[in-house]
Design a protein around this ligand. Structure first.
Ligand SMILES: O=C(O)CCC(=O)C(=O)O
Ligand SMILES: [Fe+2]
Length: 383
């Protein structure tokens, strides 16, 4: 009689380098191909309870959100309250914008912006140092109290907030050729803002702090709208394993990410396995950002994600990044620290935090473009 022993070798891993404001950090990633997520990894959470009068309903929702935020840091929300039509109109405007000739898109080029508003062309960003440049195009607009749906007396904006207001009008001026653009895009943005202000209360409950803890901290919040356009990947880009958007974490408290039904979003789970956040009709993806992770002393995860469009068609997404008032200096929330788990982070303003990384990404891209520009002449010298 013979016996056979099966030797199973554990899957190998690679190091993934991530760019952070404090220098590079590394994550171990399994060299196994991405697979679809399970319902336990990225759950679908019903937000109807967000609108309930009963505190216990809102607390039950907070419990579900806490579990998801601790586990993968990603979840889908359904019954979120943003009208289908509002989303459809925004998507229509997104396509109208990106389908314009390049010279029209360049009217709102980010190079005209003081604060990272406007259009960035394909292969003009480079979010992940170990991956390709980002193939996507994007256009973004930032918080402007004039468009905030919560009634505001513009004359009452506190002096310390003013330098942190990041909205710039050239984005709307340079898109005025597109009928309904400003109105429909801002309708979508304001719906996201209203939803985010409700959701942040549930996050407060989930952290065992008063439900209104973030209210005064989100009166002039980080509220960045972005449209992403991922063209069909060319054969050459496929061979080079080009990413639509490289591996990164988001910066603020959380992101409301509407994605179309094409697929391509991948999330790095706890085990270092890439999982696909498969599109679910009628839902919005929510993911935790770095600033939330800081406030929570790492209890909640700001999870690494990236996008590969390998479909035969274009893909689009509309993230909305929500954070505290940019002037708001905030350290670890006391309920998230203890003697056993002392605060890991210094207090810092959400604005400084974002600024540091935006600048870093921009500088790295400039360096890369400069070295690419030098390469041919270097070759000639060598010849
Ligand atoms: O397009 C997506 O699904 C993700 C976009 C994203 O992660 C981002 O813009 O930060
Ligand atoms: Fe992201």
């Amino acid at each position: 009689m013979s016996t056979t022993t099966t030797i199973t070798t554990p899957p190998t891993t690679s190091k993934l380098e991530l760019r952070t404001a404090y220098g590079p950090v590394y994550r171990d990633v399994l060299n196994t191909p991405p697979r679809d997520c399970t319902a336990a990894e990225i759950p679908i959470i019903d937000l109807s309870r967000l609108y309930s009068e009963k505190l216990e309903d809102r607390k039950a929702l907070a419990t579900d959100i806490r579990a998801a935020a601790i586990n993968t840091g990603f979840f889908y929300i359904k019954n979120h309250g943003i009208e289908k039509q509002t989303i459809a109109d925004a998507k229509k405007q997104l396509l109208a914008f990106f389908k314009q000739p390049m010279e029209d898109k360049m009217k709102i080029s980010q190079q005209f912006s003081k604060y990272y508003n406007g259009y960035k062309g394909p292969r003009q960003t480079f979010i992940s140092p170990g991956e390709s440049v980002d193939v996507k195009e994007s256009m973004g607009w930032r918080y402007d109290p004039r468009y905030d749906p919560d009634t505001k007396d513009l004359n009452a904006i506190p002096e310390e907030v003013k330098p942190w207001i990041r909205g710039e009008e050239f984005v709307w001026e340079g898109t005025s050729q597109l009928p309904g653009f400003k109105e429909e895009v801002l309708r979508y943005w304001s719906s996201c803002l209203t939803l985010a202000r409700k959701l942040v209360k549930i996050f407060a409950l989930s952290l065992n702090i008063p439900e209104d803890y973030f209210d005064s901290r989100t009166t002039y919040p980080g509220a960045d709208g972005v449209f992403n356009y991922y063209p069909v990947t060319t054969e050459e880009e496929k061979e080079n394993n080009s990413v639509g958007l490289g591996s990164h974490t988001d910066l603020q408290l959380f992101t409301l990410l509407w994605q179309d039904m094409i697929g391509g979003l991948q999330v790095l789970n706890k085990d270092g396995q890439w999982i696909k956040a498969v599109p679910v009709e009628g839902t919005i993806v929510v993911n935790i950002g770095d600033f939330m992770m800081r406030l929570c002393n790492d209890i909640y995860k700001s999870t690494v994600h990236r996008v590969y469009n390998r479909a035969q068609v274009e893909r689009v997404s509309m993230p909305f990044f929500f954070g505290l008032n940019f002037n708001c200096v905030e350290g670890v929330i006391p309920s998230c620290a203890s003697e056993k788990n002392p605060p890991k982070y210094e207090a810092m303003s959400c604005g400084d935090w974002c600024q540091l990384r935006f600048k870093l990404e921009n500088d790295e891209m400039k360096k890369r473009l400069a070295s690419e520009a030098q390469a041919p002449s270097a070759l000639i010298v060598a010849a």
